[in-house]
Design a protein around this ligand. Structure first.
Ligand SMILES: Cc1cc2nc3c(=O)[nH]c(=O)nc-3n(C[C@H](O)[C@H](O)[C@H](O)COP(=O)(O)OP(=O)(O)OC[C@H]3O[C@@H](n4cnc5c(N)ncnc54)[C@H](O)[C@@H]3O)c2cc1C
Length: 349
């Protein structure tokens, strides 16, 4: 018979959200157990991991970038030291101002001092700007390292968390039970699949599918990340990625011929030698986007020991480090969550 396992926090889902939150809680001295189903696709395993403070045709600077970026750098550096592996790669980005909207936005942003650290002009190319403090997180390498660590300390279990398997005991110290695991608190980090979670069905998720291609070339790759609406991310040894498509209102995670065609068409206008390019992989995943474009953090309005840490949309690599610190403080010390992210904003439901 399997022995009962007691833990402070049971985390469901081991994508970037669940894994980084688990890491922070363990560092803070909590006992943690993580349950995940490796047979399910994880957006974190598909993501290019791009970090980009200024996004969209209107060149919008990410809110709270002054705290988000340092938190991301600090956490990834700490993890790089722990695992003796580089996970975060700084790389400038060249962005084409193809449309009038983008050109107009750039005119405005040039006058705004908040943007000075992040964008500058390239005098020789008036329709291209250079973005700095950009780069990418190798999410697969980081997750492999973290999962290896969790396995070593016997705190990662593979399994599917079906809701009817989770029991809530109101009186006991360890309130929640999933099969042989009892926990004081459970935190759901199931990415877009949270839409099926009855505890949090009141939250307005807006999942968005995306596809990316992995390619390789014997020719020289651009030095920078290229952003022309679709992006090209140069990697090592002639490998590169191109992405991403964006499709709302679908839960289908299959790669499609249309997605491939859209990306190969975008490739044609990229500043790269077009001959001898080989397609090596094609992936699809679903981003856990939210209606108000803010993450979903906090405790269930009725079940005080059931929490959620989710909704990082298309920006998990940038957002999760800072929000996981916030969530960790909330779970351990009861410190307030940032209002814009706290699910209390929907608690009237
Ligand atoms: C094509 C594409 C490109 C992207 N590009 C970028 C990018 O360049 N930069 C960026 O920052 N972000 C990007 N993203 C977004 C990024 O992937 C997400 O913000 C982030 O990975 C979300 O992490 P998560 O842990 O919340 O979800 P996920 O990574 O989806 O993890 C969910 C986890 O929950 C588990 N799970 C779900 N249901 C169950 C269950 N019932 N039982 C047990 N386990 C379960 C899964 O196994 C998985 O481990 C991209 C996403 C896509 C799809």
């Amino acid at each position: 018979m399997t022995q009962t396992l007691r833990t402070d926090v049971l985390i469901i889902g081991a994508g970037l959200a669940g894994s980084l939150l688990a890491w922070r809680l363990i560092q803070a001295g909590k006992s943690v157990h993580i349950l995940h189903n490796p047979k399910l696709t994880s957006a974190s395993r598909v993501a290019a991991g791009l970090i980009n403070p200024v996004t969209g045709q209107r060149l919008v600077l990410q809110e709270n970038i002054e705290v988000l970026l340092p938190a991301a750098h600090a956490l990834y550096q700490q993890l790089e030291e722990q695992f003796h592996t580089q996970f975060f790669f700084e790389k400038d980005m060249l962005r084409s101002l193809q449309h009038d909207k983008a050109k107009l936005a750039w005119k405005k942003r040039q006058l705004d001092s908040a943007y000075q650290h992040y964008i500058c002009e390239i005098p020789s190319s008036p329709d291209v700007i250079k973005q700095s403090q950009t780069g990418y997180l190798d999410t697969n390498a980081l997750l492999d390292a973290l999962h290896g660590y969790f396995q070593q300390y016997n705190c990662l279990t593979e399994g599917d968390a079906q809701q009817h398997d989770i029991q809530v005991h109101q009186s006991a110290q360890y309130h929640l039970q999933w099969k042989h695991i009892t926990a004081s608190t459970v935190v759901f980090c199931q990415g877009w699949r949270e839409i099926n979670n009855k505890f949090f069905s009141f939250l307005p998720f807006q999942p968005a599918k995306g596809e990316i291609l992995h390619l390789s070339t014997p020719n020289k790759l651009p030095e920078h990340i290229i952003n022309q609406g679709k992006w090209l991310l140069p990697l090592n040894d002639g490998n590169f990625k191109i992405g991403a498509t964006y499709q709302s209102n679908t839960n289908d995670e299959q790669t499609t011929e249309e997605g491939k065609k859209e990306l190969l068409t975008a490739l044609k206008s990229m500043p790269i030698e077009q001959q001898n390019i080989t397609l090596t992989n094609h992936q699809a995943g679903i981003r856990p986007n939210t209606l108000d474009k803010q993450p979903f953090l906090g405790m269930h309005p009725k079940h005080k020991n059931i929490a959620i840490f989710n909704g990082f949309g298309s920006k998990g690599s940038l957002l999760i480090p800072w929000y996981s610190k916030s969530m960790c403080g909330h779970l351990i010390h009861g410190t307030a969550l940032p209002g814009h992210a706290d699910i209390k904003r929907f608690a009237c439901v």
